[in-house]
Design a protein around this ligand. Sequence first.
Ligand code: NI
Length: 167
Amino acid sequence: MALMEVLKFPHPILRKKCGKVETIDEEIKKIVRDMAETMYAENGIGLAAPQVGILKQIFVVDVDKELIAVINPEISVSGEKVKMEEGCLCLPKVSVEIERLSKAQVKGLDINGKEILIEAGDLLGRALQHETDHLNGMLIIDHLSKVKRDMVVKKFRKLRLKKKKEE
Ligand code: NI
């Protein structure tokens, strides 16, 4: 297994839409395993393939000591609107309050190509929505108003600049 580099905003790959996985071969299985390893190494609760530069519909999540990998996910959401703070490995040190629906239902394939269905609320429901967003080129800041988004982006760029100077 190997760790992958997590791309940081505003990397253009993070804005692309991912294609479906046609065949779950050894290469795809290795990607899934490496993504899981990378997620744990970065202390994340979710990681989507475009975050490591791969434009395929794959994500991994683990919010409660259970690793879930989904290939070609299809999501539907329901429930009431809930606000919660979210972060993203592509935007280190950024935390924004986002409104999402409380429940998510995700259909897809597991690493063995078996059909899976996940229904979740709370943190897992939110993580499923967050990771599916990534596969459509969407980031947490896109859920904010333009004014708030500009503010967050400006602050983030300053942080990155400062970090680069220190390196
Ligand atoms: Ni993210």
